[in-house]
Write a protein that binds this ligand. Sequence first.
Ligand SMILES: [Zn+2]
Length: 197
Amino acid sequence: MDDTGPVHQHNGNGHHKLNGHHPVLLLNSNYEPLNVCHIRRAIVLVLNGKAEVLEEYDLMISSAADLFDAPSVIRLVYMIKRPYPRVKLCRREVFIRDNFTCQYCGVQTRDLTLDHVVPRSKGGPHTWENLVSACRQCNHRKGGKTIEEAKLKLANTPVEPRASRYYPIQRSVNKRVNDDWLKFIPDFAPTADVPRS
Ligand SMILES: [Zn+2]
């Protein structure tokens, strides 16, 4: 719950409402990166004694009563258990799993389509195991047919990918993260590389 009252940002010209441009990296009590949260939520966690501030923005913010430095990285005081993150099933994640490669002819391209191995018209489900990346040509050739009918072969057996260690953080940041986050998330890569075509 948000009980800090309005939180404002100081920039020398008075108070401005905080926006989403100051994300906060949330760590578990063992320093394991958990997520990225909005600065308001971070402040609530800190003010409620549930988290401590490890890094700060060069920015002052005020709540109803206080003026303090805006947190950039916070660490929970208590260890929380969370289920292992799962990759969200969507076009882009299927393409990333397949390394932007058509699973029928092997061409690597950005111009991919999502193919149901067992066509939906034949009862094929919308699952990791039944979805593959296909180039337009192969998609056209396959149409509503099964792979046997279309005389195509799959390069790999499609399975659900394992969420990378930083998956929840990758989903929350666009291109880059704050420099002062990097020591907490070594080897962080914002997103999978997309080949040019
Ligand atoms: Zn193809």
